[in-house]
Structure formats: C-alpha cells, structure tokens
Ligand binder design. Sequence first.
Ligand SMILES: Nc1nc2c(c(=O)[nH]1)N[C@H]1C(S)=C(S)[C@@H](COP(=O)(O)OP(=O)(O)OC[C@H]3O[C@@H](n4cnc5c(=O)[nH]c(N)nc54)[C@H](O)[C@@H]3O)O[C@H]1N2
Ligand SMILES: Nc1nc2c(c(=O)[nH]1)N[C@H]1C(S)=C(S)[C@@H](COP(=O)(O)OP(=O)(O)OC[C@H]3O[C@@H](n4cnc5c(=O)[nH]c(N)nc54)[C@H](O)[C@@H]3O)O[C@H]1N2
Ligand code: SF4
Ligand SMILES: [Mo]
Length: 708
Amino acid sequence: MNAAPSRTVRTTCPYCAVQCNFDLHTEQGLVTRTTPTRDCPVAHGTVCKKGLSAPGDLRHPDRLTTPLLRRDGQLVPVGWPEALAYVRDALTPLVQSAPQRVGVFGGGSLTNEKTYLLGKFARVALRTPHIDHNGRYGVASASAALNRTFGLDRGLGFPLDDLPRSDLIVLVGANVAETLPPVMQYLKAARNRGGAVYAIDPRVTPTAKVAGRHLAPRPGTDGVLALGLLHLMKQWGRIRPTAPAHGLSDVLWHADDYPPARVAHDCGVPEEELIVLARAYADARTPLILTGRGPEQHTHGTDTVQAWINLAFLTGHVGKQGGGFGTLTGQGNGQGGRQHGQKNDQLPGARSLRDPRHRAQMAAHWNIPEHQLPQPGHSAQELLNACGDPGEGGLDALIVLGSNPVVSAAGAGQITERLKALKHLIVIDFLPSETTQLATLVLPGSMWCEEEGTTTNLEGRVQRRRRAMTVPGAAREDWRILCDLAHAVGRPHGFTYPTFRSLQDDFFLATRGARADYSGLSAERLDRASAQWPVPRADGPDTPLAYAPTYPTPDGLATLHVPRLPAPDLAPRALRLTTGRLSGQYQSGTQTRRNPALKGANAAQIHPDTAHAHGLRAGQSVTLITAHGQATLPVTLTPGIRPDTLFIPPFHWPGAANLLTDPAALDPHSRMPGFKVTPVTLRPAPAITANSAPERATPHPTSPALQP
Ligand SMILES: Nc1nc2c(c(=O)[nH]1)N[C@H]1C(S)=C(S)[C@@H](COP(=O)(O)OP(=O)(O)OC[C@H]3O[C@@H](n4cnc5c(=O)[nH]c(N)nc54)[C@H](O)[C@@H]3O)O[C@H]1N2
Ligand SMILES: Nc1nc2c(c(=O)[nH]1)N[C@H]1C(S)=C(S)[C@@H](COP(=O)(O)OP(=O)(O)OC[C@H]3O[C@@H](n4cnc5c(=O)[nH]c(N)nc54)[C@H](O)[C@@H]3O)O[C@H]1N2
Ligand code: SF4
Ligand SMILES: [Mo]
C-alpha cells in the first residue's frame, strides 16, 4: 500500500460562526496538527481552543462507521443495502400517500450545499411541507425582525474590520469572550481607538470585564431598555432617521410611554446608570448595537430586537461604516443555514415559499410543476411537538441531520417522549448523541474536513471548507447519503450528482436572482478570496455593506414596527432561570464533551445572597424546579449575577437546562421558545459533583448595578 503523502490543507473550523481559517497538516491521510494562519480574513491568525482541538474527534473511538438499525430494541450494525432497504420499506408508503407525515430537521452546522440539498430532498423527493432546523432556536428572532424591517437578514451587514471605527459598541446579551472569542480583538481595537464598549447582561461575564462598562437588566427586559433609550433620544433631540421609512411616527409616539423612571423600575437597574448609557449613545458618532442570544431567545424576542433596530434606525446609524445594528450569528453556518431552504417557509436564496414568483423560479430550477412544491409547514419546535401524534398534522417519521434535539430543544423531557412515539426516527450523525440513541436507524455521516463545501460566517462571508481526509469505515459523505435516501424512496430525479462539484454548481445557480444571491461564486473565485453576499455576478464585486438604502422591500423603504412587550414579572421574590454558553464546550456537547482538552462545569451560578436566603452553601447542590421539569446541579456562588437570576449552561450536558424550559410557548413571529427566562424555585440538595472537571467558584467583581 502506498503511504499517502503529507499535505497541508486550509479549511474552516467546524464550530462557531466566526469561521476561522486554519491549516490542517496530514500524515498518512490523517489530520495530525492544526496551525492558525494570519491570512484568515476573519480572525487574522487567532483561533480558540475549541477550533485547535477539533481534529481530536475525527478518529475518536466512538466515531460512527457503520449504519445501525434497531432490532429487538437494540441498535445493531448493518450494511448500507440493509439500511437503505429499511428506508425504502419505512418511507415509500408514506411518501406516496401521506408525505406530510414525514418530517425533516436540519441544522446550522451544515454547509450551504448540504442545507440546499436537505431542503430539496424534503420538498422534491419527500414532498413534505415539514422541514425546519435548529436556527429557529438561535438567531430566528433577530432574523425575523431584520427581515420584516429591511426585507433582508445579513446578520452583520458590514465586515468585522469595521468594528474599530465605532466609538460605542453596545453588546446586548452577547458573551463574545466565551462564544466568539476572536471578535474580542475587534472590541479591544475599538477601545484602543478611544471607543467605549458596554455589555448588557444579567451577569458580569468575561466579556463585561473586558468591556469595562456593564448594565445588568432583569432577563427579558431588553426591549423596555431600548424603548427607554429611544425616549431619551427623542427628549434630547437626537432623532434623525437613517432614511424615510414606514412606521416612524408610531414608534416614536409609543416611546413616550417609557420615561427613565418606569424603565429603570421595570428593568431593575438604577436610573442613573440608564442615563449614563443613554448619554454615551447620544454623544457617540458611530454607535453600534450588537445583539446575541440574550435578548433574542424569548417568546417576545422579535419585538425585543425590533426595539433595538428602531433605536439604531431612528438615530441615523443603520448602514454607516462602523455603526448601526447587527446580530451575532452563532453556528458555523448559521447564516447560510437560515437562507438556503431548510426553513419551513423558505426556498433557496432566502426566497419565500409563499411568494408565487419565488415558487415558480425554484420549480423551474428543479424541473417540477409549481403545484408540487409544498406550502410552509411546521416550525422547528412545532415539528418536534408533532412527532408521534396520530392526529392531523402529526408525524410518523422524522429524519434528523445536524441537530441533537433531545438535549437542545425546549422542554427536552417532553420532546424525548415525542421522539420515542415516532414509528421511524432516522438520524444522520458522525458521533453517537442522545438523539441517535432513540433512533430506529442511524446513518454514519461525514465530519467537517472529510468533505468539500462552503459556509457563510457571521458577516455574510462565504468561504470554502476543504477536504483534508476521507470518511472512515463505511461512513459516507452526508450529501451522498441524502441522494441515497432519495433513491431509496423511489424519487431519484434530481438526486444523481456525479460529483460534489456538480451539486455545488447547482446550488450557486439555484440562488440566481434571489435576495441571497450566490450565483457569482465558484470554488475558483473563493480560492482567490472570500466574498460577502450578495454576489450576483461572476465578474462583479461582492457586497461588504449590505444595509444601504434602498432596501429589498416592495417600495424600497424600511418598515419599523411598534414592539409589543409583555409586562415584566415584578413579584418581589420571583427568581428567573436563564441559560448561556461556556467557553470550553460547544452546543449539545456531542463533539466537545468527548474531548479531554476541553473542560467546564455544569453548575448553577447563584448570587451568594440568594443562596443564603435559600439555605444553600458553596459545595452544595441545588434542585431547580419549574413548571416543566426539575434538575439538580452543583452550586457556584457568583457575586456578579443579579440576585433575582440563576444561570446554568444551556445544553453542553444532557439532563439539565432544557428539562426546565417550556416546550409550548413560542414567539408569534420567529417561533422561538423562551430559552432565556423560566420562572424557577429552588430546593437545597445533597452535594453532587459537576458532570465534568469542576471549575472553582469564580468570584466576579460585583457590578455597580447589583449593589444594594
Ligand atoms: N464556547 C461556545 N461558543 C459558542 C457556542 C457554544 O455552544 N459554546 N455556540 C454557538 C452558538 S450556536 C451561538 S447561538 C452563540 C451564542 O452566543 P451568545 O449570544 O454569546 O450566547 P449565550 O451564552 O447563550 O448568551 C449570551 C448571554 O446572554 C445573557 N442573558 C441571558 N438572558 C438574558 C437577557 O434576558 N438579556 C440579556 N441582555 N442577556 C441575557 C447570558 O447571561 C449570556 O452571558 O455562541 C456560539 N459559540
Ligand atoms: N436552554 C437552551 N437551549 C438552547 C439554547 C440556549 O441558549 N439555551 N440555544 C439554542 C441554540 S442557539 C442552538 S444553535 C441549538 C443547538 O443545538 P443542536 O441543534 O442540538 O445543535 P448541536 O449540538 O450542534 O447538534 C448537532 C448534532 O449534529 C451533529 N452534526 C454537526 N454537524 C454535522 C454534520 O455536518 N453532519 C452530520 N451528519 N452531523 C453533524 C453533531 O454531532 C451533533 O450530534 O440549541 C438551542 N438550545
Ligand atoms: S470555535 Fe469559532 S472562534 Fe473558535 S476556532 Fe472555531 S470558528 Fe474560530
Ligand atoms: Mo445557536
């Protein structure tokens, strides 16, 4: 056997939306080492520990290398012919007589090409309306607010390189030091140029410490805070709208109801601190508001983000270099993942499944009659809630690619029961997860550097993901598996791509003329340089600044909406549970929990006064009880958190956060569950150790906002 020569392949990280580039060095066909590169257009040579350690999983002993079929209650290894025969027998009758009883669940970690193919598979091969993805749990609220305001969601409408031009950056519920670490260099550069950075978070996060300025509103009240700032901007004569728009006067009148005293009271912050932030915003030349999941993952997340967009727009900063508004996408391809057709209401290129013109364009591209395209189906959480329901709208079968909903969906306890009630649960993954454990069929897929593709990062930058090695054992590249499934259910037409390249070219072409137009891209162009979409022409430029008027709306104008916000829960002893990420772990942990280089502790952060009031001491554990479930975790006494708020990691370990969240309540616009606020009560419990290496209690400095 000839030994494969050593190679160096430049590719992008499998994890977050920064999409750092790094070089993979291979020996004998295996990746042995990762080195950062200064040529990376996003991180300029910095990567985080997750990215550096990512190759550790590629040949992990747990790696799935053969299909697994459930027989007599056990998952047993089988060959591909048997696996695909199961798919044929299970799905063909449904696809022919009741396609709406089959669901598809995707994820924002999939490349653009796989996202496109998954959507095409659902609509053209299965012909089901029910496909959605985990982006509904992430940026969906900001996305809904941006789309309804500007007709466009580009996350950050400008390059990260513009951040240092801002003289005030307001981070609303975004803990970038832990979640998007290379972004910190841009915040530091802004500060070095004399700018200020504010962190708005119920905790003194590592980001807040670097920012130096912190405001800690009650979770779920960010929208009220933005209205309070708008009120003061109006009072101080700082209103100068970015452009003519619909809804301006309604939004301005509505802000009259939010004077500082009311806002300070509702948000639980000192009025003086609100005024200090407002002064800084009023005096800044190029203030920039950046939202993370903190204000977005609420059942009023869309209107909350809307309130911040209204503020940026009415003070004239949207579209300015270095100023305005942006949301920080989280997953590696969170942005491409929410554009190219795995959303329940959307076709590739961010087209709408409801728009007759868009339907006609895609039907023509796919060479099918337009009436064959389904209408919009269930959104992500509703899709999971419908699993195993024998009634109308229920699902008998679900195909999952790129998500671990048993851990990450709201009300995971209830969702687990729903998935167990399915007749067929087919999961394509490369490592065992809590969701593969429930599957009737597991198909072994490909990891990041085992396949070609493109991803779109948080600034809308499209980059190549390059292959450095092949899949192990009988694992297959995900795109091939999707084609195999289409063939197995008897719908091969349009699913016979001779090479990956032919799929990629089909994808780029499918976006021609759409809002998210990638049709000017090719692998060769991306080898020369990354490009920010839209890129409509092969010989034309890309689009670094996306939000310049006119907007892609019917009349070219933006539409501002009056935010509808619930009254905050001001009961004096009410405790709220919130969730957020830790630097050392990624998502539902399938990849990072196995990696000994990455640590972190699944513990509840509680203010010492709150712990004391509930008879809890350091070293003890606490049982958290909500209307939806309960979980017991070790306690970390955390002086830097609001006394009325408890914080736990969202889902890096199973059996905690989402046993406590509500599976039913959703934002009316984004269909987002309320991951970031759940009313909770506590009970001291005997000490248990953290699920992983325990972290020492970190004494955060007390924020001024939290002093009694
Ligand atoms: N290490 C690591 N990095 C990641 C990920 C990971 O799992 N691990 N996941 C990636 C993904 S998919 C995403 S979406 C991003 C998310 O990145 P972030 O948006 O930074 O995510 P979170 O940590 O969930 O939430 C941010 C902060 O919101 C605060 N918060 C909670 N409730 C509220 C509230 O009501 N208002 C305000 N203002 N703040 C609140 C929390 O205390 C937390 O510090 O991270 C990406 N990067
Ligand atoms: N309580 C609470 N819950 C939350 C959140 C929160 O803040 N609080 N955040 C929400 C957010 S923002 C997100 S993004 C979701 C994420 O949660 P999930 O949707 O569960 O996403 P991951 O944990 O990334 O799961 C990805 C799964 O797909 C596999 N996978 C990843 N990439 C690929 C691929 O290319 N091919 C194949 N075949 N498999 C792949 C991984 O091994 C893993 O098993 O969780 C949400 N849930
Ligand atoms: S996880 Fe994000 S920040 Fe870390 S190396 Fe990967 S892309 Fe870069
Ligand atoms: Mo996310």
